[in-house]
Design a protein around this ligand. Structure first.
Ligand code: ATP
Ligand code: MG
Length: 585
């Protein structure tokens, strides 16, 4: 049950002072609070024996007032310490969690749902944090404070009476163990369901345009309702157990009162204790109510925190799918890229997605990758990013196998424009600066010109400061592509990978960009995949893929001479171009 506290041991160690001060004051408060009932009991006995005076009464009152003042100040400090600790651990864990996510590669995100990952970062971490704040409070109250009250009852009043009054306590103990287990199980299910719901919200909101366009609102609502129903039912199951804590504790405390009062009166009549003792005893019994509840709260909070921490740790424990080598090699520039007999399969795929791919690309050369949709172009280019564990065969940069390079070193060479552009909801400038931190406006404008985005820029309302909206919704498809291109150009990478990055621009703009690339990237390596053959005509080597295999390769003219897929495709695209330009004129 306290596994969660053990797991947070590093934090308690780090924040030792905070917790020592907090818990010490908390205990002091508990002890001091035992005094007023004692004083009251004494005062009553003084009244009964008619020995009370103004002076002694004033003394009692002043003492009680003093105690109240001390408790006030101490309570403020311990609350501040303990609950501050909860906020701190939440922040630390969240940062750690986020850093972990940022170190993960695509396969991880294919296995884990975004909504669930978010639920862990918010909901679950909050409930873990609760164990370090409220959890510590109830832990102290249900142990130290409970025993202090018990000792006060025993030493100051009567052990006989005390032991009799706590006879019902095992009921609580047994109840708590049973409920605790149930809470852990049910709470895990509820949090999982919450993760699923989160994911659904995310997908529905992100896909709202498509949902509307296909008039699927009803179906989407229904689906969502089913999921919220599930979350509701699972949380209700938690609440059902939750609701058992209080009556069980109340029942047991009720029994204690019955025993305390009847046996206490008997003892007064036997002259074993005074009337004042009995009054004080009953006040102490009252003071035991909270620590008893605290036991329930403790179990509840620790089980929830434990269930949540398990969920979070499950993610934290996952290593990245590709780990850096222990003794990496660090060639300065990739003078060559060599694929030899590379065969690769996605983890979720049942057939090879790349088969026996071999080619050599020297520094300064351009590789074109073409082929039907789904033939493996993106898969081939992504091999250079080492996002997935490598398949068989070898990929070497400058003679060094890709496995011997750290990802950071590898990525320092690469500029990558993926097939689906990803823009951030910031300004155009910030999106481009992503490629090179603090790049000057002059540099940005140069990259924009290379990407043929300069004319569009003047039509944007705020120029470089135009906000592109979430995921770039405020830009057209072609504009988004060219902002992504500018982002890759600005870092002037050793290796530039353009995955179908010109698909959304018209033929003339494409020609302009290709021209710019040829001049700007002279001496650097470029890989381009495309459906429009005009974009790779100038390449030093062109690969035609079909179902993950190279079926044709060579330079443009050589491929035309082969009269294969490339030739056929080229002729068709030429014809199309001619037709469209005739239509225009
Ligand atoms: P397009 O021209 O449409 O971009 P492509 O040539 O780039 O197509 P790839 O994206 O490389 O094609 O896909 C090649 C094959 O790999 C396809 O059959 C696809 O279903 C499969 N595939 C792609 N990505 C994954 C993935 N993450 N997990 C499993 N299979 C995948
Ligand atoms: Mg592709």
């Amino acid at each position: 049950m306290f596994a969660v506290l053990k797991n947070l041991g590093w934090f308690f160690k780090q924040e030792k002072k905070r917790y020592l001060v907090g818990l010490f004051l908390l205990i002091i408060c508990g002890v001091i609070e035992l005094l007023p009932p004692l004083l009251l009991g004494n005062a009553i006995d003084d009244i009964v024996t008619s020995t009370i005076t103004w002076a002694s009464l004033t003394r009692y009152l002043l003492l009680i007032l003093g105690i109240v003042a001390v408790v006030y100040a101490a309570t403020y400090v311990w609350m501040h310490r303990l609950f501050g600790g909860a906020n701190l651990v939440e922040r630390l864990l969240r940062t750690r969690y986020m850093n972990h996510l940022l170190g993960m590669l695509p396969p991880f995100f294919e296995r884990n749902r975004t909504g669930d990952l978010m639920a862990k970062a918010t909901n679950d971490l909050r409930s873990v944090a609760a164990t370090a704040g409220f959890g510590m409070l109830v832990l102290t109250d249900s142990s130290v404070f409970l025993f202090t009250v018990l000792f006060a009852m025993g030493f100051l009043v009567s052990w006989k009476l005390t032991l009799a009054a706590i006879l019902p306590m095992p009921i609580i103990a047994i109840g708590m163990v049973i409920y605790g287990r149930a809470i852990h199980k049910r709470y895990t299910l509820a949090q999982d369901a919450f993760g699923v719901m989160n994911d659904q919200v995310l997908e529905s909101v992100a896909g709202v345009r498509v949902v509307r366009a296909y008039v699927q609102e009803r179906a989407d609502q229904k689906r969502f309702q089913d999921i919220t129903d599930d979350v509701y039912r699972k949380n209700l199951a938690v609440a059902k157990v939750d609701a058992l804590f209080e009556p069980t504790i109340n029942f047991s405390i009720g029994l204690s009162y019955v025993i305390g009062l009847s046996y206490g009166v008997y003892l007064v009549f036997q002259n074993e204790i005074t009337l004042g003792n009995l009054v004080a005893f009953n006040m102490y019994l009252g003071m035991m109510i909270w620590p008893m509840f605290a036991i329930g709260e403790l179990i509840n909070i620790m089980q929830r925190g434990g269930a949540s921490l398990d969920r979070v740790n499950e993610t934290l424990k996952t290593p990245p799918d590709v780990t850096d080598p222990e003794q990496p090699e660090t060639p300065a520039v990739p003078n060559s890229i060599v694929f030899s007999n590379v065969t690769f399969r996605y983890p979720s795929s049942s057939a090879d997605n790349l088969k026996d791919i071999s080619f050599t690309l020297n520094k300064g050369q351009t590789l074109g990758v073409v082929g039907r949709t789904g033939s493996g172009k993106s898969t081939l280019l992504k091999q250079l990013l080492h996002e997935y564990p490598t398949g068989s065969g070898e990929i070497r940069f400058d003679g060094v196998p890709i496995e011997q390079l750290t990802l950071d070193h590898l990525y320092s060479w690469i500029g990558y424009v993926p097939q689906e552009q990803i823009l951030f909801s910031k300004t155009v400038r910030e999106n481009i600066q992503f490629g090179k931190k603090d790049a000057s406006d002059a540099l940005i404008m140069e990259a924009i010109a290379t990407a043929a985005f300069d004319q569009d820029l003047s039509t944007l309302s705020d120029g470089l400061d135009t906000l592109v909206g979430e995921k770039g919704v405020a830009l057209s498809g072609g504009q988004k592509q060219r902002v992504s291109l500018a982002r890759a150009f600005i870092s002037d990478p050793e290796i530039l990978i353009l995955d179908d990055a010109l698909s959304a621009v018209d033929a003339r703009t494409e020609a302009r960009i290709i021209d710019n690339i040829r001049t700007k990237r002279a001496g650097k390596t470029t890989l381009i995949s495309t459906h429009r053959l005009s974009a790779v005509q100038h390449a030093d080597w062109i690969i035609v893929l079909e179902e993950g295999r190279i079926v044709e390769q060579g330079r443009h003219e050589e491929l035309l001479a082969m009269n294969g897929w490339y030739r056929e495709q080229y002729d068709r695209q030429q014809l199309e171009n001619k037709l469209t330009s005739e239509e225009v004129s």
